[in-house]
Design a protein around this ligand. Sequence first.
Ligand SMILES: C[C@@H]1N[C@@H](c2cn(-c3ccccc3)nn2)[C@H](O)[C@@H]1O
Length: 446
Amino acid sequence: DTIPLLHGAHRIGKRMDVDMNRWRGYGLGQFIHWGLYSILGGDYNGKHYNGAAEWIRSWNQLPNAVYDSLYKQFNPKDFNADKWAAMAKQMGVKYVTITTKHHDGFCLWPSKYTSYNISNTPYKKDIIKQIVDAYTKVGIDVYLYFSVMDWHNPDWRYDLKSASDTIAFNKFKKFTQSQLEEQLRMYPQIKGFWFDGTWDNSWKKSGAFSDSLDQDLKRIHPGLIIGSRLRADDYGKRHFDSNGRLMGDYEQGWERTIPETFADTHGNDWECDMTIPENGWGYAKQWMGHWKTSDELIEMLAKCVSLDGNFVLNFGPKPNGTFRQKEVADAKAIGDWMKINNTAIYNCAHVNWEKQDWGYFTTPTSQDDKVYMIVFNVPVSGALRVLPTKNILLKKAYLLDGDKQLSIEKLDGSAYFVHLPNEGQKQPFVVVLETEKGKNGKQDIN
Ligand SMILES: C[C@@H]1N[C@@H](c2cn(-c3ccccc3)nn2)[C@H](O)[C@@H]1O
């Protein structure tokens, strides 16, 4: 029996309208973290902050007043939104999420609700408008990242422990709603919000407000897509309400991590947001630890799509508005791979066949007699094992790039070997399988 909730999930199962179906088919997205933290790049007074560079304001080596005056230096002379959009287009991303206000409270748009915004910097111009217009122009959908937690706003509270806390936080909630409605009025082309900074007790105690805010924003902008990180339920539960039901249009908890199995996704829509370095979203002069290679990133993309999720890769532009060389190179490498193989990524879904070591299965949502094999690990035998669900037979197998036919060997039971040509493949590649229904005609691919 379920717990009665006023502010729990209002929908069970996936959203199936045209806007969400478009979101479901994106496959690949870009995240951009840009702001005052980019100026410091994780360093201050010759010392390097070991946390995520966009959290440097929380570092006790750096006085808040010093951080909060960085806006006087923000003047990205080389910023060109059309160049950013062109790089994203070449990479093959279908959507972008851009930070409008991170935890530090600095607004990259000329908000009328705080003077702590781009119009009071030497740069002056509206960065968000330029990005929304440039990406929309090349056909990439735009989503706005918004941190509820706002270290700069004196009415922000981590917890509500007194009447004065509640009075201040009520003012803060009004300020938050005003800024979001302002963004919807100023940037009507956007497709959704990406909320962050909603883990503190003050927000967990604001479940009713988070619910009404979600509904108000969608009333102003029908079709708006909002992930599970915005809401808290009647008891402060987040992402999943007290009855275990997802609150939001998709699960937004996969930050720098990917579900291991389809069961881990609970059958929801979900998005993985990934950094190229180990941690850190804003520009850092010194990237600590391992920098993921483009092959690793392409495998993460394939894994996400094979589990019914989207893969969103983060970029942290420099204070002057250009990208570091490694990010430009990865965007190019991913884009070159997508140019050949995006058929197995865009508008594709999970296949409930047994996972194999050589890589990942996807299937086009529009065709249930086709399955793609995205191959990363070729066995020394050159034979790729495929075990379809019962009554599914393999008819044909060929390379997506160049159509070369591959021989199929039927094994005992319902397994097959797909034999690869012996020339070594240097890049991850895609094999296309054409299937047909077995004797009792049932086709249960996904
Ligand atoms: C999308 C990413 N989310 C922000 C974040 C959140 N957190 C975090 C860390 C510990 C507990 C709760 C939240 N750390 N970083 C990062 O700063 C970045 O914006």
